[in-house]
Design a binder for this molecule. Structure first.
Ligand code: CAA
Length: 248
């Protein structure tokens, strides 16, 4: 909570398309929102454009791939703003390519940013949540962690790993009022998806029964649902939001 008794929500990778929508939605819902970023230049424009739209969002610089950086960032947030009640592990990248050609750099960059980050951000926060008997941890995975995707061995492995983490941590902290859940978005209209070659993307959209890419606000709505005090019996779950692309 911050000094006004508002719950504090930390969103990692806040300046991306999904992160921005989540920050706005949580802010609209009345949370004190802290957006994590790594790239100072990108963040400066991001903060300015949110302010122009009337959003007062706190920011915190730090590299999710680095445990010490996350410990320092979280300590700073807790001293400056308040204890973190909601953590959205959202930071993620792609380095797509067939596995037969995948470099160690592209493997490790994706595993570090998308999976090791979940350890680095959650570990320094979890004991405070246990002491306070409240917490919401929301891990942003992907439809491509639920199934495979040609060209994404690194990404699919990291995203599937996130849900394994969700299931175990959910069991371990359930009795402390902490819920841990995964959201698995399909293809959403973000820069990450728009970077897929147009021809390939068109073929992917053709496989989505809803007939379009998802909206970032639609994923943000689901984050808001799982962040709420009312969802205290929802834990260890994986919420698909993919327009029907992957049903099982
Ligand atoms: N299924 C079967 N074969 C495929 C294929 C597919 N889906 N995609 C490509 N191939 C085949 C091609 O037909 C071609 O075969 P031939 O050589 O026999 O003609 C071969 O693979 C091409 O391979 P290359 O190594 O030359 O690779 P490329 O430069 O053409 O690029 C790729 C391959 C990087 C996988 C490219 O197709 C691509 O970007 N695909 C999209 C991957 C994707 O969906 N990424 C999601 C990003 S967004 C995201 O991740 C968010 C989220 O959570 C959903």
């Amino acid at each position: 909570m911050d000094k006004y008794n508002k719950r504090v929500a930390l969103v990692t990778g806040a300046t991306g398309g999904l992160g921005t929508a989540m920050c706005k939605k949580l802010h609209d819902d009345g949370y004190r929102v802290v957006g994590n970023f790594r790239n100072k230049t990108k963040a400066a424009d991001w903060i300015k454009s949110l302010q122009d739209e009337g959003y007062e969002i706190d920011t915190a610089e730090g590299d999710v791939c680095n445990y010490e950086s996350m410990c320092a960032m979280i300590q700073d947030i807790e001293e400056r703003i308040g204890s973190i009640d909601i953590l959205v592990n959202n930071a993620g990248i792609t380095r797509d390519g067939r596995f037969a050609k995948m470099t160690p750099e592209d493997w490790h960059a994706v595993i570090d940013t998308n999976l090791n980050s979940v350890y680095n951000c959650t570990r320094p926060i979890i004991n405070g949540m246990i002491e306070r008997n409240f917490g919401r941890i929301i891990n942003i995975s992907s439809v491509n962690g639920q199934r495979g995707q040609f060209g994404q061995a690194n990404y699919s492995a990291a995203k599937a790993g996130m849900h394994g983490f969700t299931k175990t941590l959910a069991m371990e902290v359930a009795k402390y009022g902490i819920t841990v859940n995964t959201i698995s978005p399909g293809y959403i209209g973000t820069d990450m998806v728009m970077a897929v070659p147009e021809k390939v993307r068109d073929q992917i959209v053709a496989q989505i029964p809803v007939g379009r890419l998802g909206g970032t606000h639609e994923v943000a709505h689901l984050v808001s649902f799982l962040a709420s005090d009312a969802t205290s019996f929802v834990t260890g779950a994986n919420y698909s939001i993919n327009g029907g692309q992957h049903v099982y």
